[in-house]
Design a protein around this ligand. Structure first.
Ligand SMILES: *Cc1c(COP(=O)(O)O)cnc(C)c1O
Length: 450
């Protein structure tokens, strides 16, 4: 009985899938934060290399993965697909559960898939230095690795609560040669302003973005990089879903349900967009389920409006499901899921009725994570543990109904740097924050009028 489906290296996809080619209508335009008019490539040029700006708006269905990027991705790709026989047995479910595991990358998550590509395109255009933000540290470490491969200097603004909760991710960032500071920091104006208002501020992903953007636009030699949300990031991540499609074929199955966690939407987009293509172009009925934390429920409780990508209102304004850019989520242990908005492409899937979204509290999520670890061996990161909760609930529903559904889980990373969160869970110290309705309502009064 096969439990692991390994794709030969030569079958690693040679191109990324761009769903913008198959959408019934174009995405709403991105607006300039100052003029509130649609942005053109020149407006984004201070932030990103032209190749990435072109990918952001491209309507080519497939984009070739450069050879130098493929050479690095081959260090860990294609990633394995597993059948979770032991978990199925533990649940007594007739469902078939598969999971695509991105934790085998050097940084332990899916994020290097885009980090390597972004560092490459910056290098090609002569960029010497990059700034970025990181929540739980996965993105900062992934980009540190990517920049290291292509000889680019990197400065990481790391959300303060994670900087202290996840000291080893900070060490990892430094090991790969990047500089990392806690955000809010004293290195930027918006950081200093936040500290003046509250010296003990936990920080947020949105504020860290503002710091990284401010640092970038202040220097000629520097560009900025974002680890999620943007179209080109989701594009680079589609290698996950393209591989999964081939591996599901090896397994002789096609998923009825694809389940992933959503922070900014990149790992979910990565696995789900190729299946969304099959829904849009081949009439497939696959359910795509996006799972988020109850403490930061952008799709399930947010509104679909134009909002700033960052806290300070310096980043472009995009149409997306958002809780309001000034919303500071509680310090939950899935740091990677603490973003106020949602990728425009995932937001579009929701508008088109191609998506289901759910939200869970942290204790039930960790309970699922522990059950998964005890069945399958792999200790998941708190972020994909949200998706595991949904997978287990789906499988238990199959036990009730007797249906033998095929479930595909995006297991976006391992939890080896998150063991202090597991300790808290075992000690009964994890708090299930109520949905912060008041704070969200307040934050939504600050979305830009466009
Ligand atoms: C960053 C991260 C996430 C959340 O970000 P997305 O862009 O929504 O994928 C989820 N899982 C892991 C392991 C991460 O590192």
């Amino acid at each position: 009985m096969d439990t692991k489906f390994i794709l030969p290296e030569k079958e690693m996809p040679s191109r990324w899938y761009n769903i913008q080619a198959d959408l019934p209508s174009p995405l709403p335009p991105v607006l300039h934060p100052g003029t509130k008019q649609p942005v053109g490539p020149q407006d984004l040029a201070p932030l990103f290399p032209m190749a990435l700006i072109q990918q952001e708006v491209s309507t080519e269905r497939y984009i070739d993965i450069p050879e130098e990027v493929r050479d690095i991705l081959k260090l860990w790709r294609p990633t394995p697909l597993y059948r979770a026989h032991r978990l199925e047995k533990a649940l007594g479910t007739p469902a078939k559960i598969y999971y695509k595991y991105e934790g085998v990358s050097p940084a332990g998550s899916h994020k290097p898939n885009t980090a390597v590509a972004q560092a490459y395109y910056n290098m090609k255009e002569g960029v010497k230095r990059i700034t970025t933000e990181t929540g739980a540290g996965q993105w900062g470490s992934a980009l540190a690795m990517g920049c290291n491969f292509f000889g680019i200097e990197l400065k990481v603004y790391m959300v303060k609560v994670s900087y202290f909760q996840k000291p080893y991710r900070r060490s990892l960032i430094e090991t790969w040669g990047a500089k990392v500071v806690p955000s809010p920091s004293t290195d930027t104006q918006c950081g200093r302003a936040a500290l003046a208002e509250d010296p003990d501020a936990n920080g947020s992903l949105g504020l860290a973005i503002s710091e990284a953007v401010e640092d970038c636009v202040g220097r000629e030699d520097t560009k900025y990089s974002l680890g999620s949300v943007l179209n080109h990031v989701l594009l680079h991540q589609t290698i996950i879903g393209e591989e999964a499609l081939k591996q599901m074929e090896m397994a002789g199955d096609y998923p009825d349900v694809v389940i992933g966690c959503v922070g900014g939407g990149s790992n979910f987009g990565g696995i789900a967009l190729p299946f969304a293509r099959d829904k849009l172009t081949r009439g497939k009925k696959t359910r795509l389920v996006a799972v988020e934390p109850e403490a930061c429920p952008s799709i399930t409780r947010g509104v679909d409006v134009y909002d700033y990508g960052d806290t300070a209102g310096m980043a472009p304004i995009v149409k997306m499901f958002t809780l309001g850019h000034t919303f500071a989520p509680p310090a939950i242990h899935a740091g990677g899921l603490r973003y106020h908005g949602m990728a425009p492409l995932i937001s579009e899937l929701q508008r088109l009725g191609l998506l289901e979204a759910r939200a869970y509290h942290q204790n039930t999520v960790f309970q699922a994570a522990v059950q998964f670890a005890r069945s399958e061996g792999i200790v998941p990161a708190p972020e994909p543990a949200h998706a595991i909760r949904a997978v287990i609930d789906e499988a238990l529903a199959c036990r009730e109904s007797g249906e033998s559904k095929v479930i595909l889980l995006a297991l976006s990373g391992h939890g080896h740097f998150d063991m202090s969160s597991y300790d808290k869970y075992f000690a009964g110290e994890l708090e299930d924050y109520a949905y912060p309705e008041e704070k969200v309502r307040e934050a939504l009064t600050h979305v830009p009028q466009v």
